[in-house]
Design a binder for this molecule. Structure first.
Ligand code: NAD
Length: 314
């Protein structure tokens, strides 16, 4: 019998890789996405696209009730800090109410949900590094707050229903298909600028650090978490400065450009690094792609995408 999985945000950067992995394992996959930031071209041809906004309960229920999913990966989200500051009501509507809608719809089919939350935006600044899941969240933005609220619903619904829903707090994810036009995603943004011969801006004067994790490692953790209740940091536990990311990518691009240095933007963290040992203990997961190798490979994969995009506009 065919197993069915629903991936909300399946046309987005990370969701499209989750879709690929499920299809490779023989699942029928339905991507629920309203294409606000996702692209239909990200989506594997073997998947079905349900063009639905997760805040539209009736439309969402219809997709779930006809698909009867065995597993749900909930990545569909308002995922930009700046947008959350400008429009906190919409951020709340999508990330909190939308998450509740997904939990309710999945619950009718006893399907465990994996919810993608955030590490950096949740833990805030000035916390012990690497930060464990036991750290009490102190979000700095509406986005961090809405993800934390979403997490609470996931945990409460898991307790009430007995369905093993999981929360995965992601570090800074990078890899192919990440948009260079977003507000974060420095690997993609820097790659695009270097490829165009422009100097990227290093906020925090290059000293700000993040915990970078390759999208293929993230997908393997989300897959391992499916059906396992708990809260898991999904990160490399390697603290890397934005200056080092720039250096790796500049070398790969083979250009001689100096970056522009600027102070941190409002609400941005100085340092971020997460402890993923709970995922290792409970799920047997650990990241397998070293940062230097992953970023170098990603540069070339992204450049192929940029070239294809330019070609398609001709
Ligand atoms: N990229 C990272 O480093 C990172 C870090 C921490 C957490 N996350 C989380 O991981 C998930 C995926 O992020 P991503 O980087 O792939 O971003 P993304 O923007 O590429 O993916 C989000 C997807 O959700 C869709 N979406 C947005 N609002 C929707 C709605 N109302 N209804 C249906 N679909 C909707 C978008 O069109 C998009 O395809 C998000 O939940 C994000 O908060 C990402």
């Amino acid at each position: 019998m065919t197993r069915t999985a629903i991936v909300t945000g399946g046309a987005g950067f990370i969701g499209s890789h989750v879709v690929d992995s499920l299809l490779a394992d023989g699942y029928r996959v339905i991507a629920v996405d309203d294409l606000t930031t996702g692209r239909a071209s990200n989506l594997n041809e073997g998947a079905e696209l349900a063009l639905v906004d997760i805040t539209d309960v009736d439309a969402l229920d219809e997709v779930f009730d006809s698909a009867k999913p065995e597993r749900v990966f909930h990545l569909g989200a308002q995922s930009m800090v700046t947008v959350s500051v400008k429009d906190p009501a919409r951020d709340c509507e999508v990330n909190v109410r939308g998450t509740l809608n997904v939990l309710e719809a999945a619950g009718r089919h006893d399907a465990p949900v994996v919810f993608t939350s955030t590490g950096g935006a949740l833990y805030g600044d000035g916390v012990p590094l690497p930060t464990p899941e036991t750290q009490i969240p102190a979000p700095l933005s509406p986005y961090g707050a809405s993800k934390w609220a979403g997490e609470s619903y996931v945990r409460t619904w898991a307790l009430a229903s007995g369905i093993p829903h999981a929360v995965c707090r992601l570090g800074n994810v990078y890899g192919p298909r990440q948009s260079p036009h977003g507000e974060a995603g420095v690997v993609s943004i820097f790659s695009r600028m270097l490829w165009e011969g422009q100097a990227p801006t290093l906020f925090g004067f290059g000293d700000a650090t993040r915990d970078y994790v390759h999208v293929h490692d993230v997908v393997s953790c989300l897959r391992a978490a499916s059906g396992n209740a708990g809260v898991f940091n999904v990160a490399s536990s390697v603290e890397t400065s934005v200056r080092d990311v720039f250096r790796i990518l500049r070398e790969e691009a083979g250009v001689d450009l100096d970056p522009v240095l600027a102070p941190l933007r409002e609400g941005e963290l100085t340092r971020s690094c997460m402890d993923p040992s709970n995922a290792r203990r409970a799920l047997g997961w650990k990241p397998s792609i070293p940062i230097q190798r992953g970023m170098r490979a990603t540069y070339h994969e992204l450049v192929s995408e940029f070239e294809a995009e330019v070609e398609s506009c001709r």
